[in-house]
Design a protein around this ligand. Sequence first.
Ligand SMILES: [Zn+2]
Length: 146
Amino acid sequence: MAPKNANNDLPPIGFCIVLLLGSKYAQNLRQDASGLTLITARKIKPTSVKLVQIHEFQEMMKRLYFKRDSERGIDGTYNWLVDEVAELGEELKGNDKEATEKEFADVIAWLASLANIMGIDLEKATLTKYNDKCPKCQGSPCQCTF
Ligand SMILES: [Zn+2]
């Protein structure tokens, strides 16, 4: 499946290149009316790149685990997610960064699994709520006083 362009700011090809380069700057390929490919340099917000990767990660998790996740169900998958969050909490007490990274990965993986069986698009959900500004104060960066 082609990467989804959540904010319609760029065509999917632009995002493919961004992902390949791993940079916030990328060549943006477009076709003009004659069909010729135009190449323009364009600054792309890093947050947009990360959001596309969320969508692709969720799709990958669906390919890998959807059948098993569906059979386990919402409650069972939620319980796995909670266990993984607890394991992350344990790792945070130590100094093993590599082990901590793996726990972050597990939390994201189980969150994606839960979203898949709920039919929730994590990219859409996150972009809708956190659309380049704080949903509470509308600031970027957030100006909330906690
Ligand atoms: Zn705020």
